[in-house]
Write a protein that binds this ligand. Structure first.
Ligand code: KE4
Length: 428
């Protein structure tokens, strides 16, 4: 038995599913046991038996500058030498918050938390407190973390009150969550107009990546912004993935659509636990201790995590970073499309910036969750396993994104395309 399988056996005795986050169990791609990672450097991951993989999971987004980047590691070591947590304000929190305010166009004030879930959970509480309304609108296939209000079954074509998407989520919580299809302006407009007086906010991944990468249709975000503004409904951009991924200003800068509240995570922690939510002063000043909306956290703004985040932003603010990411990601997209074409395989690669998804079984645009669900997930699983056996680590789910980092060189991009060709050759 290989080390990963041995470790997984023990892990399953002491942790639910043997993992601390479900997707890591790699169940949906037909793996009996996930690979256990020993270390990672640059764009490479090393397992417990020193097998090496080109990494496109990137810890689900945070590792945009690559693993163990020297600048990040030295900042963390420096911070560690001064202690790990104080439960008191530190300058590093002010520095990270100031960078976020400076770089994310719609944010005037920001609260640091410990995860994306904490950020989105707090953002909807803030929206409800600010508007004194209860309902929220989300889009099918968008994932905003595991807070109760978001765990609703995908809504039908019309606005239906949410039903629990998980045991343990009380109906009375999700009955205030309306789930509608993404990219459907007709249903969106009808829902907002019908329910406006009860809706606190609409929350959206401006570029959904949790059903696979599904770009917004031309004008969709602009209309969403216009209609919510006209109806006095707050707009929350969940930029936990797109923040600092699509550019320093995230999706809101990329599309020039300004939300009222923005949620961030992943990249701003540089691989350590950091989330954040921010927006207009008028809204953010509602948060305790200045305002009545309560939110708190023992390790929020932790000095080690903020050191990693600041060091990561140091690197991302260097000239040419996003242009390089774009060039390499476009080359990978083109190469993968060519390989699929050579085998006559239906695989639609959808990309924005350095995040992309290849939807197997599709040759038409994937524009919403229903489209994504009709992908050939079996074929994706076979491709995932073949690529893994050849040393390429893709997301263990058709409904996730692959991420290119600054550490991916031209050699790795070309190698990935070659190995994709070999992988498809092996699949019957
Ligand atoms: P976390 O609580 O996992 O830090 O963030 C929740 C979250 C919020 N918003 C968006 C758009 C997200 O993508 C996430 C978390 N992303 C998933 C994968 N796409 C994390 C991976 C996992 O759950 O293990």
């Amino acid at each position: 038995m290989d080390i990963s399988s041995l470790f997984f056996k023990k892990a399953q005795e002491v942790m639910p599913g043997g993992v601390n986050s479900p997707v890591r169990a790699c169940k949906s791609v037909g793996m009996d046991a996930p690979i256990f990672v020993k270390e990672a450097h640059g764009c490479y991951i090393y397992d417990e038996e020193d097998n090496v993989y080109i990494d496109y999971v990137s810890s689900w987004g945070p590792m945009i500058v690559g693993h163990s980047h020297p600048h990040v590691i030295s900042a963390v070591k420096e911070a560690l030498s001064q202690g790990t947590s104080f439960g008191a304000p530190t300058w590093k929190e002010v520095e990270l918050a100031s960078r976020i305010v400076e770089l994310v166009p719609s944010i005037e004030k920001v609260r640091l938390v410990n995860s994306g879930t904490e950020a989105t959970m707090s953002a909807i509480r803030l929206a409800r407190g600010f508007t004194e309304r209860k309902k929220i609108v989300k889009f099918n296939g968008c994932y905003h973390g595991h807070a109760d209000s978001f765990l609703v079954k995908a809504g039908s074509g019309v606005a239906t009150l949410g039903i629990p998407g998980s045991p343990g989520v009380p109906e009375e919580i999700v009955s205030n969550t309306i789930a509608i299809p993404f990219n459907d302006e007709k249903i969106l407009k009808k829902t907002l107009e019908k329910e406006a007086k009860d809706i606190a906010a609409v929350i959206v991944e401006p570029v959904p990546a949790n059903m696979g990468v599904v770009p917004p249709k031309e004008g969709f975000l602009e209309n969403l912004r216009q209609w919510t503004r006209e109806l006095d409904i707050l707009l929350i951009f969940d930029e936990v993935i797109t923040g600092f991924r699509l550019g320093l200003g995230g999706a809101q800068e990329y599309f020039n659509v300004m939300p009222d509240i923005t949620c961030l995570g992943k990249i701003i922690g540089g691989g350590l636990p950091v989330g954040a939510y921010g927006g207009k002063r008028e809204i953010m000043d509602m948060i305790a201790p200045d305002g009545p909306v309560y939110q708190a956290g023992t390790l929020s703004g932790n000095p080690i995590a903020t050191a990693a985040g600041i060091a990561t932003l140091d690197i991302l603010t260097r000239p040419g970073v996003y242009e390089m990411l774009e060039e390499k990601s476009a080359a990978l997209e083109e190469g993968l499309n060519e390989v699929a074409g050579e085998f006559g395989i239906k695989c639609r690669v959808q990309r924005i910036g350095s995040m992309m998804t290849g939807f197997f079984g599709k040759d038409e645009p994937v524009t919403n969750f229903d489209d994504a669900l009709s992908s050939d997930t079996k074929m994706y699983g076979a491709f995932f396993r073949q690529m893994l056996s050849q040393g390429v680590w893709l997301a263990p789910s058709q409904f996730e994104a692959a991420f290119v980092s600054l550490a991916h060189g031209w050699e790795e991009i070309e190698m990935t395309i070659e190995l994709a060709y070999k992988a498809l050759e092996e699949i019957p």
